[in-house]
Design a protein around this ligand. Structure first.
Ligand code: CU
Length: 281
């Protein structure tokens, strides 16, 4: 796995400007890796998982998703201290970069473009989606508070997790690579399950943009028995990058969940559309 990753990224480095299709090939291979879903350790309470400190500036990272940075979707918040004084106005920007080995190729990953201060939580809140897990890789974070306090390239690592499913594909019309992230259900049950999706596009794997005006059409399908289900509700955009809907799994077993997506009236998904594989209990 790691050898293949390195080869692909070296190729991409050599042909950065023309390698959009290679990006897509690589990431669709990555995105098709749909592991059985396990429930997230999500408590709703934030715990401090990381501190970056440099000179007079300190950024603490707090997570409501896990006790460490983890593969997949992370609900996080920042506390910012300048000269030991906690800051509570404005925003934090966070730019994570994944390095495939020392001096190796790198790329970023989808995250909130801006973490705004939430007085109720005493945190600058948002999310980051670590799209890949690779034991040979490491991550760095660039922190920016209100364009006035910065820490660059603070090194961290992430933990494996199977709570998030990520599907990626290339859209040649838009010249973008798309990332569809499913953050729930993580432990699907027979019956109605809340579905939460996030959708991002990137021209270069460095800057990522939330798409908030898409139309999504989900289709659950039990392949082994050749049937779907009724009473599904297509996900619609809510807030914080999330599309929320309902999926009905009317039997236990393995289900496919397809998601066809339109933006501006045109499908941005390929045929067949993105597919997540879920084990329903
Ligand atoms: Cu990577």
């Amino acid at each position: 796995m790691s050898i293949i990753v390195a080869e692909r990224f070296n190729i991409m480095n050599l042909f950065t400007k023309t390698a959009l299709l290679l990006f897509a090939l690589y990431f669709s291979a990555c995105g098709n890796d749909t592991n059985p879903v396990i429930e997230n350790q999500q408590t709703g309470d934030y715990v401090k998982i990381y501190t970056a400190e440099q000179g007079a500036n300190k950024f603490e990272v707090w997570s409501a998703s896990a006790s460490a940075f983890s593969y997949g979707y992370n609900d996080i918040g920042f506390k910012v201290f300048v000269n030991n004084t906690e800051q509570n106005q404005g925003f934090v920007k966070f730019h994570p970069v994944m390095y495939h080995g020392l001096g190796g190729p790198n790329h970023s990953t989808p995250a909130s473009s801006m973490f705004s201060y939430d007085a109720g939580k005493s945190l600058f809140t948002g999310y980051v989606i670590f799209m890949m897990y690779d034991t040979a890789a490491f991550w760095t974070g660039d922190f920016n508070y209100n364009n006035q306090a910065y820490i660059d390239s603070s090194i961290f690592s992430i933990n494996p997790s199977s709570g998030t499913l990520i599907y990626s594909w290339d859209n040649t019309t838009l010249q973008k690579t798309m990332f569809l992230t499913m953050i729930s259900p993580t432990a699907p049950r027979v019956g109605l399950n809340q579905v939460e999706m996030l959708l991002h596009q990137t021209p270069d794997l460095n800057t990522y943009e939330e798409i908030s005006d898409a139309e999504m059409y989900i289709r659950p399908w039990m392949e082994t028995m050749g049937h779907g289900s009724a009473n599904n509700v297509d996900p619609v955009y809510t807030t914080g990058g999330k599309y929320v809907g309902t999926v009905n799994f009317n039997m236990p077993g393995e289900w496919f969940l397809y998601d066809s997506i339109k933006v501006g009236g045109n499908f941005i998904t390929n045929t067949p559309p993105p597919k997540f594989i879920l084990e329903v209990n």
